[in-house]
Design a protein around this ligand. Structure first.
Ligand code: C2E
Ligand code: CA
Ligand code: CA
Ligand code: CA
Length: 278
C-alpha cells in the first residue's frame, strides 16, 4: 500500500497521532463514565497468616466501557492521570469501596478496605478532609481504611505529600507502601513517613520458594518491618507452598491468586460466606 512506502518518520508520526486521538477520546469517555456508574470495583481478599482469618480486601478499579467491555486499570489509569481526572477517580473509588465495606459490615463481615491513591491526591491539601467526610457519610471508623501509595509517588512533591499523609495518619487512616522494594530510596523515607504497612511486591514473593535470594529479601524485609512496628503484607502468592513459606517466616498477611483473584462484590460475599462456614 501507499502507506508502506512512506518514510519511517512519517509512519511514526501517524501512529503517534492516532494514539493521541485515541487517548483524548478515552479521556472524554472517562470523564462521562463517573456519572454513568461505569466504574466498578473488584475486591481481592487478604488473609492473616497466623490463624487464617480474612484480614481485609483491596479495592481494584475496572471500567465497564459501553463498547469495549470490561477494562483493567492499565488501559486507563495513565489516561486518567494525564487528563487530570485522577482526583475524581480516587474519590469515586473511595466512595464505592466504603459503601461496599459498610454493606459487608452490616452483613456480619467487618473488613478493612485498602484503596490505591495516586500522586495527584497526595499533593491535594483537601484530600484528607475529603477522606474524613467519606468515612463519616458511610459511618465507618478511620481504622477501616488503608490507603496504598507507591514509592515513586513520594518522589514528586515530597514535602507536601508527607504533610498530607501525616494528616491522614493522625485521623487514624492506615498508610501502606505498595509494590515495596521496586522503587528508589526504599529506606530513606521509612524513618520519616507515617506508614503503617509495607506491601512487598510480588516480584520477590512469587518466586521466593525457588529463589534463595528472593527468600532472603522477604526475610530481611520482614525483620525491617517488624523492627519499625509495621505490618508486612506479601503480594502475589500463587501457590500453597508460598503461603506456607510466608507463614513459617512470620509474615503478617498474604494476598494473591492462590487465595483468590479480585472478585466482583457479589462473588466476594459468596467467597466470604463459604470461608466462614467451613
Ligand atoms: P497493585 O495495586 O499492585 O494491585 C495488584 C495487582 O496485582 C492487581 O492487578 C491484581 O489483580 C494483581 N494480582 C493480585 N494477586 C496476584 C497474583 O497472585 N499474581 C499476579 N500475577 N498478579 C496478582 P490489577 O487489578 O490489574 O491492578 C493493576 C494496578 O492498577 C494496581 O496494582 C494499581 O497500581 C492500579 N490500580 C488498580 N485500581 C486502582 C485504583 O482504584 N486507583 C489507582 N490509583 N490505581 C489503581
Ligand atoms: Ca495496591
Ligand atoms: Ca502492589
Ligand atoms: Ca503495582
Amino acid at each position: 500500500t501507499a502507506k508502506r512506502h512512506r518514510t519511517g518518520v512519517a509512519l511514526y508520526d501517524e501512529a503517534r497521532d492516532g494514539q493521541g486521538r485515541h487517548r483524548l477520546e478515552l479521556a472524554e469517555q472517562l470523564r462521562a463514565a463517573f456519572g454513568r456508574g461505569e466504574l466498578v470495583l473488584h475486591y481481592q481478599p487478604k488473609l492473616h497468616l497466623g490463624g487464617d482469618a480474612v484480614a481485609g480486601v483491596e479495592a481494584l478499579v475496572r471500567w465497564q466501557h459501553p463498547q469495549r467491555g470490561l477494562l483493567y486499570p492499565d488501559a486507563f489509569i495513565d489516561v486518567a492521570e494525564s487528563s487530570g481526572l485522577m482526583g475524581e477517580l480516587t474519590v469515586a473509588v473511595l466512595d464505592l469501596a466504603l459503601a461496599q465495606t459498610r454493606a459487608w459490615a452490616d452483613d456480619g463481615h467487618p473488613l478493612e478496605v485498602a484503596v490505591n491513591v495516586s500522586p495527584s491526591n497526595l499533593v491535594d491539601e483537601r484530600f484528607p478532609d475529603e477522606v474524613a467526610a467519606r468515612l463519616r457519610v458511610h459511618g465507618l471508623p478511620a481504622s477501616a481504611l488503608v490507603l496504598e501509595v507507591t514509592e515513586s509517588l513520594l518522589m514528586e512533591d515530597r514535602e507536601r505529600a508527607v504533610a498530607v499523609l501525616r494528616r491522614l495518619r493522625d485521623a487514624g487512616v492506615g498508610i501502606a507502601i505498595d509494590d515495596y522494594g521496586t522503587g528508589y530510596s526504599s529506606l530513606a523515607y521509612l524513618a520519616e513517613l507515617p506508614v503503617t504497612e509495607l506491601k512487598l511486591d510480588r516480584a520477590f514473593v512469587g518466586t521466593m520458594v525457588e529463589s534463595p535470594r528472593n527468600q532472603a529479601i522477604v526475610t530481611s524485609t520482614l525483620q525491617l518491618s517488624h523492627a519499625l512496628g509495621l505490618r508486612l503484607v506479601a503480594e502475589g502468592a500463587e501457590d500453597q507452598a508460598t503461603v506456607d513459606a510466608l507463614a513459617d517466616l512470620g509474615c503478617d498477611q498474604v494476598q494473591g491468586y492462590h487465595l483468590s483473584r479480585p472478585l466482583p462484590p457479589a462473588d466476594l460475599i459468596g467467597w466470604l460466606r463459604a470461608r466462614a462456614g467451613r
